[in-house]
Design a protein around this ligand. Sequence first.
Ligand SMILES: [Mn+2]
Length: 431
Amino acid sequence: MDILIDAGLVAQHNAGLQADLAADYDALAGVLARRGQDIERLTVLAQGFAVAVPSWGVGTGGTRFARFPGLGEPRHVMEKLEDCAVIHQLTRATPAVSLHFPWDKPSDVAALREQALRFGLGFDAVNSNTFQDQPGQAHSYKYGSLTAQSAAAREQAVAHNIECIELGRALGSTGLTVWVGDGANFPGQHNLRGALERYLDSMRGIYAALPADWLMYIEHKLFEPAFYASTIADWGTSFACAQALGDKAKCLVDLGHHAPNTNIEMIVARLAQFGKLGGFHFNDSKYGDDDLDSGSINPFQLFLVFNELADAAARDGAAFKPAYMLDQSHNVTDPIESLMSSAVEVQRAFVQAAMVDRAALAEHQAANDALQSAQALKKAFRTDVGPILAMARLRSGGAADPVACYRASGYRANAAAARPPKAGASGSGIV
Ligand SMILES: [Mn+2]
């Protein structure tokens, strides 16, 4: 694998932390052993965890008001891939990249795939974009894409999605995520049922172009840019559409795309029960925002989501394999640091959920012991699994402390020198 941060520097960083880590790891091993749990099993689980990073996440995102670019931002997909490679080099938890077309449309598909292979990276689901117009586009999406009144705009949007499938296929991806901003800003603007009928009709055209081994992920979002009635606003609509389209259509849960205080873990349980849980976009939110760093606001919710995933995995075995991806917008942090920290936060929730004593929990539930049931979850959530995550990284060739190692490497300063800003640089986005 080609590396971007000097291996000697990573080794030096790890050597400096190794004694403390060994002591912390041994102490935690003792705590877990007294609970009848094997730390080595959990470390192996942590080593096997993977979450994809979004290509658009390595640039500064910005808000509707402004964007404050950082130094050394990637200017095209090949440079985005370099930043994604650094994230994986240090965390060993992000082996795949999710591309967004046309932002990441490569001039040379084979060269992009080759470069990814050299970095030890693969490609996760590809994302289509019909929420903005591209230069020279024949038909505008101002009034919708897959749901547009204009048949020509709908056909253009379907053709774009099929082009995304073709590009993804050439890159080795096996999934297409479809999110549309379509909807109405005024009561009466849309015939609500008519808009969804047009959506389904368009989606059938895309679905028909899916290769046999592909999945289509339907992403819903409560509001924005449509502020009165988003066509695909909730998991119920997403589920109904996935059912109507067929087995290859699944629902994607973006943690930030729900009304505040929604019980997201229950949505996860429902979708898993009925075989329609396709995957996740991990992030966090506080009010109506949808792109804060994963686990930065409500880590307990993230844990409860993974608790449902652990339950589904125990029930359904190897057949249950939802796609995990980060989907965040970074405005005040170095995007590489945010994505590394977020990958670790998601991995943390995964390991904590694996520590839940499911037999004990089932007994408490059967006995209607609400307090002990809740405590069984809290016991796992309160356990600091940091030493397990650090040991997993160390054993997999990553950095014990990815952010500290990254800062010591001077990667950002080097990128700033190598990548002076240029006009028309490929944009970041918020989906
Ligand atoms: Mn998303």
